[in-house]
Design a protein around this ligand. Structure first.
Ligand code: IPM
Ligand code: MG
Length: 378
């Protein structure tokens, strides 16, 4: 073995030790975290990349109407885009992060993540960075398909799993690459607790835990065990567990898919399964996503910045429904439930009246559905 290879191995082992210690400390910090009782006074809005400015502009117009006269400030945070991020060499430039932290909640347009093949492969996803930095541990993604009697609420763990160290893997030149998956006890218990509390508060009868614990024995094994333990404190709720592969099949099995209500998933499975679920609802352009922490919360569309749509000149056909569904969740979160319902009904009305945006010229434009909604929330 060459000296170089030997040095690389030692460097990797040292790095692993550091990662291990940091994650153990993170687990301790979660345990000691106080619950904040937050007042919501400032909503930040960032428009992001690609179709982001188009769909967040729609959300802004809707918010202006819904929150007119209310004691709440809407603050636009400018410049959170891939050009500035690349120039600063930072996932979220420090000045923008400081602005975000001054708000109580954030409505975030989609941001582009450089892929591992780009010239800046190490710039982390802005979503993932914000979720971790602001400790937004729960990713709530509701999917409702009334005609199939489907009403699912996904609780995706949002700070751990494959994402915890997603940009900190190890590579040994000409040999192999290693990524890490992390499941902490405290991180799992808090997402499980939130899901069961949600189920209880919303009259849900069943919570399903989704893992691949037959293969990822340590991480998913711990996730499954702890979720079940938390679930045992809720005798009125039935708990079952499924492997993620069969769950992907179950969601498209009309014999049983309406039986699922609340689902808890580790990060990566939650990412994948919620895209599948959103597609069943009408496409990823139709689903909202809430990233909830102890105090701060961030709301966004479930999808990315759709650079392909921009390249193909289709930006004006971008569907704002997903970010508007996120606005519904945000309004509920900050205590404006009746305004949330108003917007929800307008969105439901748009689809039942055939104001459908497909992302293509065959469908309506972003502006058309926005105008329909503005008319129907007054
Ligand atoms: C999501 C997205 C993100 C994720 C990307 C943009 C990093 O797919 O919010 O589901 O993987 O979590
Ligand atoms: Mg995703």
């Amino acid at each position: 073995m060459s000296n170089n290879r030997e040095a690389e191995i030692i460097e990797a082992v040292n790095k692993f030790e550091e990662l291990l210690r940091t994650q153990i400390e993170r687990n301790e910090n979660i345990k000691n975290q106080p619950k904040e009782n937050k007042e919501f006074k400032v909503i930040g809005i960032c428009d992001g990349d690609g179709i982001g400015p188009t769909i967040t502009n729609s959300a802004r117009k809707v918010l202006d109407v819904l929150l007119q006269g209310e004691d709440i400030e809407i603050k636009e945070i400018k410049g959170f885009n891939i050009e500035n991020r690349l120039e600063a060499g930072e996932t979220v430039p420090a000045d923008i992060l400081a602005e975000i932290k001054k708000c109580d909640v954030l409505l975030k347009g989609p941001t582009t993540t450089p892929s591992s093949e780009s010239s800046t492969p190490n710039l982390e996803s802005a979503n993932v960075f914000l979720r971790k930095t602001l400790d937004l541990y729960a990713n709530l993604r509701p999917v409702i398909i009334p005609e199939k009697k489907i009403d699912w609420t996904f609780f995706r763990e949002n700070t751990e799993g494959e994402y915890a160290l997603g940009s900190q893997g190890i590579e040994i030149k000409d040999s192999l690459a290693f990524d890490f998956k992390v499941t902490t006890e405290e991180g799992t218990k808090r997402i499980a607790r939130l899901a069961f509390e949600y189920a209880k508060a919303n009259g849900k009868k069943k919570v399903s835990i989704i893992t691949k614990a037959n293969i990822m024995k340590k991480t998913d094994g711990k996730f499954l065990k702890l979720c079940k333990e938390v679930g045992s404190e809720y005798p009125e709720i039935s708990v079952d567990s499924w492997y993620v592969d069969i769950m992907a099949a179950n969601l498209i099995n009309d014999e049983i898919n309406k039986d699922f209500e609340v689902l808890i998933l580790p990060n990566l499975y939650g990412d994948i399964i919620t895209d599948e679920a959103a597609q069943l609802q009408g496409g990823v352009g139709t689903a909202g996503s809430a990233n909830i922490g102890n105090g701060f919360a961030m709301f966004e569309a479930i999808h990315g910045s759709a650079p392909r749509m921009v390249e193909e000149g289709l930006t004006e056909y971008a569907n704002p429904s997903s970010i508007l569904r996120a606005v519904v969740m945000m309004l509920r979160h900050i205590g404006y439930a009746s305004k949330a319902i108003l917007l929800e009904h307008a969105l439901d009305g748009a689809s039942s009246e055939g104001i459908i945006v497909t992302g293509l010229p065959s469908g309506r434009k972003c502006e058309e559905i926005t105008n329909y909604i503005l008319k129907n929330i007054k």
